[in-house]
Design a protein around this ligand. Structure first.
Ligand SMILES: *[C@@H]1O[C@H](CO)[C@@H](O)[C@H](O)[C@H]1NC(C)=O
Ligand SMILES: *[C@@H]1O[C@H](CO)[C@@H](O)[C@H](O)[C@H]1NC(C)=O
Ligand SMILES: *[C@@H]1O[C@H](CO)[C@@H](O)[C@H](O)[C@H]1NC(C)=O
Ligand SMILES: *[C@@H]1O[C@H](CO)[C@@H](O)[C@H](O)[C@H]1NC(C)=O
Ligand SMILES: *[C@@H]1O[C@H](CO)[C@@H](O)[C@H](O)[C@H]1NC(C)=O
Ligand SMILES: *[C@@H]1O[C@H](CO)[C@@H](O)[C@H](O)[C@H]1NC(C)=O
Ligand SMILES: *[C@@H]1O[C@H](CO)[C@@H](O)[C@H](O)[C@H]1NC(C)=O
Length: 455
């Protein structure tokens, strides 16, 4: 009898312990999966789309009308062009190498005794390998599939079953596997959202989606020019970076000379990739405080600024073809509307790279600060508009909507599902003719044969 009670208690006791352990582990899983690194908004081009639209964290299918300005007069949406960056991806080989070197440094040389270092050393495994080659991950497929489903909600009359069935919806992509796979995921989201199954072909066009490779002058003056990124290199040797490198060395308890700008970049990537790919707030993130993260963000912004944006005149020209492709389509649709014919191209989806979108934003004069980003003006650039994490996270998208309105044809532009007023225009949904007037110089120029040729 006594023995039975003891056994029962033992079972009960175990049950409670088990229940307690179970609940604790559940809540751990939950809290770590919901936990966002405090430095996540500084990840720049390695940042998560949800960081620019935080309401998506709670509901990935939500669309937020309060972020969009509708045209003032009575209008119908008649066309959508969506130019989208590929989704979340694995690191490239070059960066995997840097990450592995840094991991080995922590493993072998770091003597610091804090929790996050022991966690890296004993629990974390280096799972990034050199054959990953920047491939799209599951999160990246979701980025595109869910975006497609939100776009159906945003534009039900354009992304409709009829338009998909009658060829009014077109998908184009760069040939890079991460872009092709993003486009496949987008198409899957489209079919799921509309609950249909239709053959929808995907066209590859690198001239359109990654012309930067083919622009001779760009390749010579920037891509293969060691001095093109001089401002970034100077910043890497400057006082702000030196301070962050010393703090890193102090955290690891290694000599200052052991930490280079490459190790800083690798550590930052480890934090960023673990979060964007696996949703983990990993111990790597503990190696940075917010001021270090601002420094790392600035390095990335300097790179984008000088390699893809205002830093060199030729940078933006690598998207001239894409610019003309957009406006010639809008012109065709304008003609169709004016001649009362039906609109043949309801939706054009084009999937490319940060290197496709940043030059296009630059052509449009977006995110242009009064002073250039330099190695010496980190402090005064604190409030700059050129912050790549805000405009080109994974799956970043430029949406150009054409409306047929009572008072004419109008254009609405949205960046990452938020309305954007084109610089130099006061109306957030201007008349198409005013947009063309605004960009007249580009419309009558920006000819890639001329600008990219080296005489
Ligand atoms: C929409 O966005 C605004 C501004 O970011 C935010 O305050 C609001 O909570 C969002 N609404 C919903 C329904 O998520
Ligand atoms: C991406 O697509 C390519 C074909 O374009 C395929 O071989 C590859 O397995 C895909 N990668 C992933 C991660 O889905
Ligand atoms: C899609 O591509 C396939 C194979 O290239 C072709 O046979 C088919 O006609 C295309 N469908 C459409 C709608 O263009
Ligand atoms: C790619 O797109 C450009 C611009 O629209 C067009 O001129 C070209 O013919 C296309 N190339 C292919 C192979 O479809
Ligand atoms: C390389 O970049 C530097 C700095 O912007 C520039 O002065 C130089 O002309 C460029 N070199 C070539 C070959 O274009
Ligand atoms: C790490 O320590 C080893 C000796 O244990 C040394 O040879 C190596 O240079 C150190 N690495 C760095 C980057 O300081
Ligand atoms: C940036 O903006 C904040 C808030 O408006 C302001 O306090 C600060 O002085 C600005 N910094 C610079 C360098 O302009």
């Amino acid at each position: 009898m006594v023995k039975q009670v003891v056994t029962a208690c033992f079972v009960l006791f175990h049950g409670i312990i088990f229940y307690w352990a179970f609940m604790t582990s559940c809540s751990n899983v939950q809290s770590s999966s919901k936990s966002i690194p405090t430095i996540a908004r500084y990840f720049g081009t390695k940042g998560r789309y949800e960081e620019v639209n935080t309401y998506l964290i709670d509901d990935i299918f939500a669309i937020n009308d309060s972020l969009v300005t509708q045209p003032s007069s009575k209008c119908n949406a008649v066309h959508l062009t969506a130019i989208i960056r590929h989704g979340t991806r694995l690191p490239t080989n070059k960066n995997v190498l840097k990450m592995r070197d840094f991991y080995n440094l922590v493993l072998r040389n770091a003597s610091g005794n804090v929790n996050y270092l022991s966690e890296i050393k004993s629990k974390w495994t280096m799972w990034y390998t050199q054959d990953m080659d920047g491939q799209l991950v599951d999160k990246g497929r979701h980025d595109h599939s869910y975006l497609a489903q939100r776009l159906i909600k945003w534009f039900p009359s354009l992304l409709s079953e009829d338009n998909v069935r009658n060829g009014g919806v077109k998908l184009k992509t760069s040939s890079k596997h991460r872009c092709v796979n993003s486009t496949i995921a987008f198409r899957m989201g489209l079919m799921q959202g509309l609950n249909i199954e239709v053959d929808l072909n995907i066209t590859i066009n690198d001239t359109l989606m990654r012309y930067f490779d083919q622009c001779e002058r760009y390749v010579k003056e920037v891509e293969s020019n060691k001095s093109a990124l001089a401002e970034m290199n100077r910043f890497n040797e400057g006082p702000e970076m030196k301070r962050s490198m010393e703090k890193m060395a102090d955290r690891l308890e290694v000599p200052y000379a052991s930490i280079t700008d490459d190790s800083m970049e690798a550590a930052f990537y480890l934090c960023a990739y673990e979060f964007t790919i696996n949703g983990l707030n990993s111990p790597w993130c503990q190696l940075f405080d917010e001021s270090d993260a601002e420094v790392m963000e600035y390095v990335n912004d300097l790179k984008q600024y000088w390699k893809r944006s205002y830093g060199h005149e030729i940078n933006s020209k690598s998207s001239c073809i894409l610019f003309h492709d957009l406006f010639s389509r809008l012109d065709r649709i304008e003609d169709q509307i004016n001649s009362n014919s039906s609109v043949s191209e309801a939706v054009m989806v084009q999937v490319g790279h940060a290197e496709t979108l940043i030059p296009l934003f630059t052509l449009l004069d977006l995110f242009k600060d009064d002073t250039p980003l330099k190695s010496t003006n980190f402090a005064t650039q604190q409030n700059r508009t050129f912050r790549s994490g805000r405009f080109v996270p994974y799956a970043a998208n430029l949406l150009v909507v054409m409306y047929n309105c009572l008072d004419g044809i109008r254009i609405g532009v949205r960046l990452n599902e938020k309305s954007l007023t084109l610089p130099g225009l006061s109306d957030p949904v201007p008349l198409y003719k005013d947009v063309k007037k605004r960009y007249n110089a580009l419309l009558s120029g920006c000819d890639q044969d001329t600008v990219c040729k080296i005489s």
